[in-house]
Design a protein around this ligand. Structure first.
Ligand code: ADE
Length: 418
């Protein structure tokens, strides 16, 4: 079996960490048990380009339990947990091509290694696998029957491919399921981003000015959690509706040009490029800490930062201090890559449980073939989303009410008023 990982000797530690993650993934565990019995994915090769974490390992084990053979590479050069990768190779016989800290060349070599397996389905997080397949490996596309996409940035890219008429097979946008983005993007990003910033810096958030750039689902979660740690949270936005929501959620909203002068911490979660730029770096306070938790490392204008920088000193594993020509220091975390996976461990298992249940059930839905999906991007079927919510609540021991027949009638009637 071919693979490329850091150290197979890490497999024992990885297995324990995966077991730990599994203990908080009850919905995925149920799916795995059913898959073991029914083998709905028999003979299917899945090419997965995901953050190679313990939670991803649980998902890969689930696909394998269903009869599939997964091939795995990383969806970000800095997000791989080398222990999880080692355990997948050694204990589950799943080929993994991922090493934490790999350079861009290796990152793409690993994507090609997964494509070499001629997957029937792609499982992507950010759409690098799908875009490489469509641009450089078109000879393989005829084998591919469908795919799934995990994240907002990937869904935007794939919709643009579909809009341009180049997407060659159907993709289910797992990100857009309610049981994914309401929870993973909000509570997962909220907690893991604060975790990453704290692990990278060990600085106190209480009383600090914390600037959250973007108030989508991730920004909402991050702002909420930074406030929970006692920070004064400032939100920047380009869209009036989320900006208004941030104001009414009790945050201070202002343009980046103004926030740049005030913030102690900055974190981008917009999905867009150069959100914090040269002009902003130039007016930041001495010691400002900048980070990104959006999918790609494009949100901080690192070229702009470099052009203002006199010298760079690596202070801690994920903190690089830039001494600017104006004499001030700016601390860049995790090279501007998603700080929650670079310096911490990504979203906690309990939230990935729902995201990855959506992944497993969406692949099963496609494999079963009782659909008429074309070359486009589709939502997760409502029935899957609802089932996951129900199972998660049940696993948490939470019961809810049912509509009475009188209430059902009332909701269905237009004649009943005052
Ligand atoms: N994305 C964010 N957190 C993650 C995790 N723990 N595993 C896989 N993908 C993730």
């Amino acid at each position: 079996m071919k693979y490329d990982i850091k150290d197979i000797g890490l497999a024992k530690e990885g297995a324990l960490r995966i077991e730990w993650a599994n203990e908080s993934m009850p919905v995925l565990n149920r799916i795995r048990k059913r898959f073991e019995q029914e083998k709905p994915l028999n003979g299917i090769r899945v090419g997965a380009c995901l953050h190679v974490t313990t939670e991803t390992a649980s998902l890969m084990q689930t696909l394998k339990a269903g009869g599939a053979q997964p091939f795995v590479c990383a969806s970000n050069p800095l997000s791989t947990q080398d222990e999880a990768a080692a355990s997948l190779v050694k204990n589950d016989k799943i080929p993994v091509f991922a090493i934490k800290g790999e350079d861009d060349k290796t990152y793409y070599r690993h994507i090609h290694a997964v494509l070499n397996a001629r997957p029937h389905y792609t499982m992507d997080d950010g759409a690098d696998l799908v875009s490489t397949l469509h641009s450089e490996r078109q000879d393989l596309i005829e084998h591919v029957l469908g795919g799934t996409e995990e994240t907002t940035t990937g869904v935007i890219r794939l919709k643009s491919m579909a809009g341009d008429g180049v997407l060659q097979y159907p993709i289910i946008a797992v990100n857009d399921a309610k049981t994914k983005h309401f929870f993973d993007n909000r509570y997962g990003t909220g907690q893991s981003t604060v975790d990453g910033i704290v692990r990278a810096t060990n600085r106190l958030l209480a009383g600090a000015y914390f600037v959250v750039c973007g108030y989508g689902w991730c920004g909402r979660g991050l702002a909420m959690r930074a406030r929970g740690m006692g920070a004064n949270v400032i939100v920047t936005e380009i869209d009036a509706v989320p900006a208004l929501e941030a104001v009414m959620d009790g945050f201070t909203v202002m343009p980046m040009a103004k926030a740049a002068r005030i913030g102690d911490f900055f974190c981008t979660v917009t999905g867009n490029v150069n959100v914090v730029r040269k002009a902003h770096f130039a007016v930041m306070k001495d010691g400002a800490i900048i980070s990104n938790s959006g999918h790609f490392n494009v949100e901080l204008d690192l070229k702009g930062l470099k052009s203002l920088t006199r010298s760079v000193k690596k202070m801690r594993p994920f903190a690089e201090q830039h001494l600017l020509n104006n004499g001030k220091r700016i601390n860049l975390l995790g090279d501007g890559r998603l700080i929650n996976l670079a310096a911490a461990e990504g979203h906690p298992s309990s939230v990935m449980d729902m995201s990855f249940a959506n992944q497993a059930l969406s692949i099963e839905y496609m494999v079963k073939g009782k659909h008429s999906l074309k070359k486009d991007v589709y939502p997760v079927p409502e029935s899957i989303d609802r089932k996951i919510a129900k199972e998660k609540l049940a696993a948490m021991g939470v019961a809810i009410d049912r509509l009475t027949s009188e209430q059902k009638k009332y909701l269905a009637s237009w004649t009943l008023g005052t």
